[in-house]
Design a protein around this ligand. Structure first.
Ligand code: C2O
Ligand code: CU
Ligand code: CU
Length: 533
């Protein structure tokens, strides 16, 4: 296989290569790195649990975005972060199915962005009003939410500091783990990196009946990677780069934390909230993780896995049983960065630690049967669309870098998909590149129909040919991708077919790669749901 590097005329501008070779020139020279965070001691801080906000439809909950200091590790100076309601990550919004809630989102961020805004992208300067310093435009998207377009956080509908907007969330969808995060065109990666993200849970009585671990035994885990300067500030390159991999892993806003647990079952709502990094999670004790849910709700039955891969934006609902354990169990990661890649390359092994205490009993259950997942059938689809995911060797807006990550070689403003309201469609994503792309659609939850391997491109002007290998059969999704999804893992050299029903709302919605550096580049387009003709 040809190397990532050889693929590009621009040579060194590939993920890991860029990190190493351009680190000094891209990052402010007056700052010194604290090994970018690698040297921080593991497992010295308690895992924080974000506070919970219970929404109502009667009165809008006001949630303010602001800048503040937060201590992210015992040995680190306090860090300037951005957050919702004064915390990073933001509060967990606790919603009930069929009970709409309204939130008033207010931008009280400072007048100047904290990170260098690369104006050589679509977004930061195209619609700013010629300010000498790019301002922290912000807009909140509920990822996985089945939401009308005016409340979805359209990437151009940004708020300037001092502005606010009221969004309505209908919650007419399966109970599941959603998350909300910033989505401002061209600076999403910077705003999320500064801390603008939080969880949003939808619950319902049918799920409560399952008697899964709850209360103090239901724990959110928001996993993100960051790098630091010696003064504790967040470190991020001044210019756009293909991918960003931080040097330390944070869970719920603490670097490599620990959690005291009892020898019993726990439910973990796991989110990969990182900009680019993929995680392949496992327990170093060798015990299994029982996956009970995906992005869009519960699986039909628990699926026990020894390891679980989550690309950026994906969630997993997982039960871990610590009974018959004592001492320490580490949650570890083995995914190379960039992903996929040679084993060990760029891996940060530790995520967090569990310290198993003494028994207090366990009255929770892990039922064999969780939910019904009705399958969308291919013969109900009225449209079949194809998408090529690739790095295109031209960049009209910028001379550096000389390529762009695109979908079908088109950009944000080029709308070509107009699904009719209520119709079902099959979308095939051909990943012609050597990188994983977590592909996310707004508005809908979809199901994965199958994956199929692609032929390598003999001419090598792309990695793979957008045609299926005739003699390879399509493979069904893995059991833990077989539920409802809003973000799927598009592996290099593979075509993945998904099926979705576009119902409830007409309007424009984004679909994009959830590697935030790719999304900003612009591996993000939009579809428009239209009334039936
Ligand atoms: Cu998680 Cu378009 O977003
Ligand atoms: Cu989304
Ligand atoms: Cu991508």
């Amino acid at each position: 296989m040809i190397s990532r590097r050889a693929f590009l005329k621009t040579g060194a501008l590939t993920g890991a290569g860029l990190m190493a070779s351009c680190a000094e020139s891209l990052w402010s020279p007056h700052r010194t790195a604290l090994d970018e965070g690698q040297s921080l001691q593991r497992f010295v801080d308690v895992l924080p649990i974000p506070k919970t906000i219970r929404g109502t439809s009667a009165a809008a909950v006001e949630i303010v975005m602001s800048e503040f200091w937060q201590q992210l590790h015992r040995d680190l100076e306090s860090t300037v972060v951005w957050g919702y309601d004064g915390t990073f990550p933001g509060p967990t919004i606790d919603a009930r199915r069929n009970e709409p809630i309204t939130v008033r989102w207010v931008n009280r961020l400072p007048l100047r962005h904290r990170l260098e805004v690369d104006s050589c992208l679509h977004g930061p300067h195209d619609y700013d009003d010629k300010q000498s310093h790019p301002r922290p435009r912000a807009v909140v998207h509920l990822h996985g939410g089945h939401v009308p377009p005016e409340s979805d956080g359209y990437p151009e509908a940004t708020l300037l500091p001092g502005q606010g907007v009221t969004y309505a969330y209908p919650n007419l969808q399966n109970p599941t783990t959603l998350w909300y995060h910033d989505h401002a065109l061209g600076i999403t990666r910077l705003n999320v990196y500064m801390g603008l993200a939080g969880l949003y849970l939808i619950r319902d009585p049918s799920e409560a009946k399952l008697n899964l671990p709850q209360g103090p035994h239901e724990i959110p885990l928001v996993i993100q990677d960051r790098s630091f300067n010696k003064d504790g500030s967040l470190r991020y390159p001044d210019e756009w780069q293909e991918e960003f991999f931080g040097a330390a892993v944070l869970v719920n806003g603490k670097v490599w934390p620990y959690l005291d647990v009892q020898p019993r079952k726990y439910r973990f709502r796991i989110l990969n909230g990182s900009n680019s990094r993929t995680y392949t999670l496992a327990l170093d004790s060798g015990q299994p993780l029982y996956q009970i849910g995906t992005d869009g709700g519960l699986l039909e039955e628990p699926f026990d896995v020894n390891q679980l891969t989550l690309t950026a934006g994906e969630r997993a609902d997982v039960v871990i049983d610590f009974s018959k354990r004592n001492g320490e169990v580490q949650l570890v990661n083995s995914a190379p960065a960039p992903f996929p890649g040679p084993p060990g390359q760029g891996v940060i092994r530790e995520i967090m630690q569990f310290r198993v205490g003494t028994s207090t009993g366990d009255d929770s259950s892990l039922p064999a049967r969780l939910a019904q997942v009705s399958r969308l059938r291919e013969n109900t689809a009225v449209n079949f669309r194809k998408f090529n995911l690739e790095m295109v060797d031209e960049n009209p807006k910028c001379t550096e870098p000389g390529f762009r990550w695109l979908i079908n070689r088109l950009g944000w403003d080029d709308i070509t998909e107009y699904p009719e309201l209520g119709s079902t469609e099959v979308w095939s994503f051909f990943n012609l590149s050597p990188d994983v792309h977590p592909i996310h659609l707004h508005l809908v939850h979809f199901q994965i129909l199958d994956h199929q391997q692609l032929l390598p491109d003999p001419k090598r002007d792309r990695f793979f040919l957008p045609e299926t290998v005739p003699d390879s059969k399509p493979a069904p999704p893995e059991p833990n991708e077989a539920g409802w999804k809003d973000t799927f893992t598009s592996m290099p050299g593979r075509v993945t077919r998904i099926i979705a029903k576009f119902d409830s709302f007409t309007g424009k919605y984004p679909y994009h790669c959830h590697i935030l550096e790719h999304e900003d580049h612009e591996m993000m387009r939009q579809f428009e749901v239209i009334r039936r003709r």
